[in-house]
Design a protein around this ligand. Structure first.
Ligand code: GCW
Length: 684
């Protein structure tokens, strides 16, 4: 992945001094020592003698450093910080990079900062040692940068080892037991630390009977994982079932106001911390898609979340309570119920009632990780609640790691979106919180026991990117992709690095929009095959209980979510966007069918009609995949043959599947509308 030995060449060929102590400093030492052993450099740890070095990684506030050059480098770092005035505190994870003469210095206040500084050096490669490089400071914008693994411990009869997993089995679990490959987990931790992830939940939010026991008699399995992740600054969290007091504790109920229930959670949680002192906390999917929750006892989500928060608070833990709550037994005949409204309707009235250590985890869109959705209005409506934004790295609805679909540009768009109107606070600001107290970014993981980690080798870039955007949501996704390419396909190991880099950009940069073009049009969503969610089935969900309808008929398509004549969902936004979305004329084209039911002849902003847009984008999307495939073939012989072949096979499948999408979608809308393609192309 993005830490091949080559990535450490620039660092490993230098004289490096590491100054400071602590578990994460030991990790830095270990990384530097390995790099130096491979590339001929040399490392010292806090020596008492005078040495000349090229690089110093030091904790601030430690004793004076030995040699004059090292002191100068440190002074340069301090000067850079002083210039920044009251920002001079780097915090638990920040670092400064500065140069003095021939020496590069990385300074941090805490060991984690040193580790992130080290991986920053790895990213920069030789450029880190450029004498003209100005000093830079880095601190994460979001405090918690988390992955949720939807990994099952026991194989689920329908979902398998990993729910919505497209990269083989779990790296943690196999057939009901820990997989036991701690070396692999350690490598995973390195990769995650190198892109900035600092928290992981290790089991599915749908918690089965076996998985429930991770909280109690199987806690040792979790502790073992925590021990491996800890040296890389990653905390372990656990998905728990709200019914745990019944399922595990033998109590008659799990009612949040019942004293016995409260005591059970308090004792159980204390035992977790006795075993895992830095345990992060719980992740909970309650009263959602059949999972148990407080509704059973006539309580609300604040009662439920606060129950767990109170148990965690004495130990410094948090509960991530998911806002993905909706009626999954809807009747398609009932036009008054709108799934898009559900999270807002359930949670916004509870704003202000959640404890400080509750993080409400909100899917970025109001429905479900579609290739295009508006940003969830919940993110703008709960000022007194800590909110986390949830995105899906595992490509459930975006090609399942068989299609190239680079999601960086999409997440960047979401994080930069200003829910109160242009120029206002952004989604990233909400996740960061006013005083850094926000809930952060949570991403559903895409890794498995696959040789390439993610099934599709290019899907690794999505994981890398989500970590980097959580660290700094302002990063340009193209630049992040550059980083990933440079690390994963190192120049010195490539015959033609320029061609490889350019080709990967050409294939990946716009691949999310390509995927959007050949699948569900104009934000309407859900035209996937029910159950596995792969491939087209335009009416697959149209008459089901899931609340995901497009309402196509002979005259038009789309969901009327206006206040004037529809479900009123558009009114859940602050005024600026409520007005924009309310109007079919002002609504951005890419979301038109999310908000409006319009005739096929409705004219879009680009002058095309809805029906012609559907035809055009579907033809274009398939052509773009053909171009991608051609481009990939130019890399034959230039990159690792195993990677080459895996991607080539997946591109074949992408081309087949995109064609299927094109033909089914175009044929469907041609049959409904009777409107021929203006360009006379073949529609079946
Ligand atoms: O997208 C849907 C998935 C479910 C998932 C659910 C959720 C874990 O189809 O598999 O369950 O979302 O986010 O809880």
């Amino acid at each position: 992945a993005w830490l091949p030995p080559e990535a450490f060449r620039a660092l490993g060929s230098r004289r490096v001094l590491v100054h400071g102590d602590g578990m994460l400093v030991d990790t830095v030492l270990d990384e530097v020592a390995r790099a130096c052993a491979r590339y001929g450099g040399r490392m010292w740890h806090s020596p008492s003698w005078d040495v000349d070095v090229d690089l110093v990684l030091a904790l601030r506030g430690t004793d004076e450093l030995p040699s004059a050059t090292v002191q100068a480098a440190r002074a340069a770092g301090e000067a850079a910080l002083a210039q920044a005035g009251d920002n001079a505190v780097l915090g638990a994870e920040g670092f400064v990079l500065a140069r003095a003469g021939d020496v590069t210095a990385v300074l941090a206040d805490a060991p984690a900062g040193l580790l992130y500084g080290l991986f920053h050096l790895v990213r920069l490669g030789a450029a880190a040692f450029d004498t003209t490089r100005p000093a830079e400071q880095h601190r994460p914008a979001l405090r918690r940068r988390m992955l949720n693994h939807w990994d099952n411990v026991a194989v689920h009869p329908v979902m398998g080892q990993v729910e919505r997993g497209y990269a083989g089995g779990s790296i943690f679990w196999r057939n009901g037991r820990p997989r036991g490959d701690l070396a692999r987990i350690r490598e995973y931790a390195r990769l995650l630390a190198a892109c900035g992830i600092n928290a992981i939940s290790v089991n599915n939010v749908n918690v089965g009977r076996t998985e429930a026991r991770l909280l109690t008699d199987r806690l040792g399995d979790v502790a073992e994982i925590a021990d491996v992740l800890r040296p890389y600054g990653i905390r372990v969290h656990l998905s728990v079932t709200f019914a745990a007091p019944v399922v595990l504790g033998g109590l008659p109920n799990a009612d949040p106001v019942d004293e016995a229930v409260r005591a059970w959670w308090a004792v159980t949680t204390r035992q977790v911390y006795e075993r895992i002192p830095d345990f992060g906390g719980y992740v909970v999917k309650a009263d959602s898609e059949g999972q148990p929750g407080p509704f059973t006892y006539g309580r609300d989500h604040a009662d439920g979340a606060n129950l767990l928060a109170d148990a965690l608070a004495p130990h410094g833990g948090v509960v991530h309570w998911r806002a993905f709550v909706y009626n999954h037994h809807q009747d398609w005949r009932d036009r008054s119920t709108d799934r898009a409204r559900a999270a807002y309707d359930h949670f916004v009235p509870l704003d202000g009632r959640f404890r400080d250590n509750v993080v409400l985890q909100v899917k970025f869109g109001p429905v479900d990780f579609q290739v295009r959705e508006p940003v969830s209005p919940v993110l703008a409506a709960m000022p007194a609640t800590r909110l986390a934004v949830e995105v899906q790295v595992t490509q459930e609805y975006t090609g399942q790691q068989r299609h190239v679909c680079h999601l960086g540009p999409w997440w960047s768009e979401v994080l930069r979106f200003a829910p109160w109107g242009p120029g206002g606070r952004t989604v990233a600001d909400v996740a960061a919180g006013e005083a850094g107290e926000g809930g952060g970014l949570v991403a559903v993981a895409n890794v498995g026991d696959d040789l390439f980690w993610t099934g599709h080798p290019l899907a690794q870039a999505n994981l890398y990117t989500v970590g980097r955007l959580a660290w700094d949501p302002q990063l340009d996704p193209r630049a992040v992709l550059d980083e990933w390419i440079a690390l994963t396909f190192p120049q010195s190991a490539m015959a033609d690095p320029e061609l490889v880099g350019r080709t990967l950009h050409e294939i990946m940069d716009d691949s999310w929009r390509t995927y959007e073009r050949y699948t569900a049009p104009l934000g309407v969503g859900f035209m996937v095959h029910p159950g596995d969610h792969y491939g087209p089935d335009v009416d697959g969900y149209e008459y089901t209980r899931w609340g995901t309808y497009h309402f196509a008929d002979r005259d038009g398509v789309g969901v009327d979510r206006s206040r004037a004549s529809g479900t009123g969902f558009a009114g859940q936004y602050p005024p600026y966007w409520a007005q924009v979305y309310e109007s079919p004329e002002r609504c951005p084209d890419e979301l038109l069918l999310f908000f409006h039911h319009v005739p096929y002849g409705h004219v879009l902003h680009d002058g095309s009609t809805v029906i012609q847009h559907i035809y055009d984008t579907h033809f274009a999307g398939v052509e773009e995949v053909a171009v991608m495939r051609g481009r990939w073939r130019t890399l034959k012989g230039l990159i690792d043959p195993a990677v080459y072949e895996r991607v080539e096979q997946r591109l074949d499948e992408q081309a087949r599947s995109a064609t299927e999408w094109r033909d089914q979608t175009n044929t469907y809308f041609f049959r409904k509308s009777g409107v021929p393609d203006a360009h006379g192309r073949r529609i079946y």
